[in-house]
Design a protein around this ligand. Sequence first.
Ligand code: UD1
Ligand code: UDP
Length: 378
Amino acid sequence: MKILTVIGARPQIIKASAISRAIKKYYNQQINEVIVHTGQHYDANMSSVFFDELEIPHPNYNLNVGSGMHGEQTAKMIQGIEAIILSESPNYLLVYGDTNSTLAGAIAASKLHIPVVHIEAGLRSYNKLMPEEINRILTDHCSTYLFPPTASGLNNLLKEGFNDSNTKPYSMDHPLVKNMGDVMLDNTLYFSQLAEQKSDIINTLDLKNQPFVLCTIHRNDNTDNEFKLKEIIQALINIADKYAIKIVLPIHPRTKKMIVNLDQQLLEKFTNNPLIKILEPVSFFDMMMLEKYSNFIITDSGGVQKEAFFFQKPSVILRKETEWVEIVDAQMAFLTDANCQEIIDAATLILEGKIKNNVVEIFGDGNAAKNILNLLLQ
Ligand code: UD1
Ligand code: UDP
């Protein structure tokens, strides 16, 4: 069985390691995985670092598409993936999540009648102003195998008319829809011990036994809107100063590019604050250690929201809605949008110990990748 895996953005490279690992461990004789990197992310610390660290086979193809407008970027990807499908003739094309690389893979394969496997199907923010929402909906509706990672993801698909009792043979018009759990949980469970041994970031940043907040920001709705970015930055300054707590921010290249346009006075207050540590994007092992040892996490990332939950850390989500509704329902996360006061209020609740740790099973049992492959082999 040949699977053509399409990845491109940082979180997809990380997610892909779960499937590649399961192939190597359980199905080496039966499955041949061919990896296509679209080149959507290309800086070493957004891409190659993960292949090295997470032992993902290096891509068989790199389309080197790079950054650009949505249409331009997606079109180049479709063109490149189409040619590879024609020469490789895979049995399946596998995509993750909701980026432009996901959509490009799904369009190229579905039009050539290659069954699309969508890992992280069914997630919805119900906000079509997000490019990711468009990518997810379109990908789901031309996939043959839809694997939502959560019960709400499955439910969203049922509401859109998908049927989870379809039986073989599957097709785009008669797809398999099944909650398989989350491959990101597989990764956190598998790598967190190893990260303890390999990562030195807690010592390097002098964070041992020190309270600190981990923060990531990259959602275009936050970075490309000056008002919202200002609100977030002001909230971070206020939290650091009010609680004398360190804030560690591995900065996404999109945010790094936009932050310099901020009001000069605010920018200086932020970058010169001794409690605020801005880093280049970190490796996955370093990120896991920062998540594990932080007091709580402020983020607009989908993946980081989940990892916060895996490490039982409360999070403040810099969005007005989330696809990971179960975490909010479990009261382990607060939706604050980019509202300075709401971010501070949520941080206050957490720092003053006013929330309890609610441990519930949302994302499966850590065997999602193996179970997905097993299903495809059947
Ligand atoms: C993309 C995904 C988003 C995902 C995020 C993960 C889409 C529409 N968005 O957003 O869903 O959450 O990846 O990180 O697919 N850049 C660099 N170096 C890089 C990559 C990007 O400098 O290696 C800069 C470029 O200026 C680029 C900008 O970041 O224009 C945005 O990159 P892009 O891939 O378009 O979107 P992300 O914001 O990364
Ligand atoms: N991540 C990382 N280094 C960083 C920031 C994030 O390894 O400096 C990892 C993080 O642990 C998670 C994934 O990248 O596994 C999330 O990616 P991102 O936030 O870019 O995208 P999203 O999940 O929002 O699509």
